[in-house]
Design a binder for this molecule. Structure first.
Ligand SMILES: Cc1ncc(COP(=O)(O)O)c(C=O)c1O
Length: 346
């Protein structure tokens, strides 16, 4: 199968498995796991923060950040198609007692002026704004990089109003690869940043939440409360250390494959392909079967992909490149999509 559903479907390489098998481990809840500590130090260094915390998933990393930055009864400004708002099961309400205030971005990116408008005035009958969240790269916007000048404007505006800003940087290294701007620069000024090991970096499990020493101390407490205190995590952290050493530069290959895919698809009549910047390709079927139907037909031919936006748009499909996808896979996928659509047209 050519599996383009997500970059989360990668499986550890033989070399990563070997690194995992060699890992020195201890009880990480006692902070006795040397490999996890090493990974946390490396993550903090890469993101330019004082400290970092290994967490089981990106969702937990984002939600710990929200719990740490806010108090119940506040609002959190999020982009309307962001992961935190749409695909984390209302967890900010469930665990932190806050409500999202969603503002629509232009392809996932909102402006400082929009944030200024969405911040609640200091009136006793309004929920105070407790946090602003950004996403880079933006998943539902087709892997779009949040432009740095725009992010900096939002940071400046929010901070001038005393509001912290969290970055969902699940794919921040894709943004680094696409722009040539180091992750630490992209992360600069944020009050916390989460990035995932288990996406394009190819690890089986894990994300890192990065921030100040005080923030991470509190995040460690919240992680335990959420049931995320884990024991011999060194086995997983070893995969993370391996990925941070060997799998960042190779993201260029995924981006090149995504570019080839986007180009190939855009030559197929009846398809409209979104601008492609990183490893995510989104396209719309202007003429032809529904997204669901095309995905089902491609599955029979050996290609897995999914309707985008959790199927809410019947015409939109998402394909994601990763270390399990070769150039040949891309060429074959374009060919199969072209054949399927030709079959529909005639
Ligand atoms: C932008 C973004 N943030 C957060 C997450 C959540 O990560 P996890 O699946 O590890 O909970 C994802 C997952 O796809 C994502 O795309």
């Amino acid at each position: 199968m050519i599996d383009l559903r997500s970059d989360t479907v990668t499986v550890p390489t033989a070399a990563m498995r070997a690194a995992m098998a060699r890992a020195r481990v201890g009880d990480d809840v006692y902070r006795e796991d040397p490999t996890t500590r090493e990974l946390e130090d490396r993550a903090a260094e890469l993101l330019g923060t004082e400290a970092a915390l290994f967490v089981p998933s990106g969702t937990m990393g984002n939600q710990i950040a929200i719990a740490c930055h806010t108090r119940p009864g506040q609002e959190v400004i999020v982009e309307a198609s962001s992961h935190i708002y749409n695909v984390e099961m209302a967890t900010m309400a469930r665990f932190s007692g806050v409500q999202p205030r969603a503002i629509p971005g232009d392809r996932g990116v909102f402006t400082a002026a929009q944030v200024a408008d969405a911040i609640r005035p200091d009136l006793y009958y309004l929920a105070p704004t407790g946090l602003v969240c950004l996403e880079n790269t933006h998943n539902a916007a087709g892997g779009r990089v949040w432009p740095l000048p725009s992010a900096r404007e939002v940071l400046e505006l929010a901070h001038s109003r005393g509001i912290p800003v969290h970055l969902d940087g699940a794919r921040i290294f894709n943004a680094q690869m696409a722009t040539g701007i180091p992750a630490r620069e992209l992360a600069k000024g944020f009050d916390s940043v989460m990035f995932c090991l288990s996406k394009g970096l190819g690890c089986p499990v894990g994300s890192l939440l990065c921030g100040s020493r005080d923030f991470i101390a509190e995040a460690r407490r919240v992680r335990k409360a959420m049931g995320g205190g884990m024991r011999q995590t060194g086995i997983l952290a070893a995969a993370g250390l391996y990925a941070l050493t060997h799998h960042i530069d190779r993201l260029a290959e995924d981006h090149e494959n995504a570019r080839l895919l986007a180009e190939g698809l855009s030559e197929i009549p009846g398809l409209s392909v979104w601008p492609q910047e990183t490893n995510i390709v989104v396209f719309e079927i202007e003429q032809g079967p529904s997204a669901q139907e095309l995905c089902a037909r491609l599955k029979v031919k050996g290609v897995l992909c999914s309707p985008a936006a959790a199927g809410t748009d019947p015409k939109r499909i998402r394909m994601v490149t990763h270390l399990g996808i070769t150039r040949e896979d891309v060429v074959r996928t374009v060919d199969l999509v072209a054949r399927e659509l030709r079959g529909t047209a005639t």
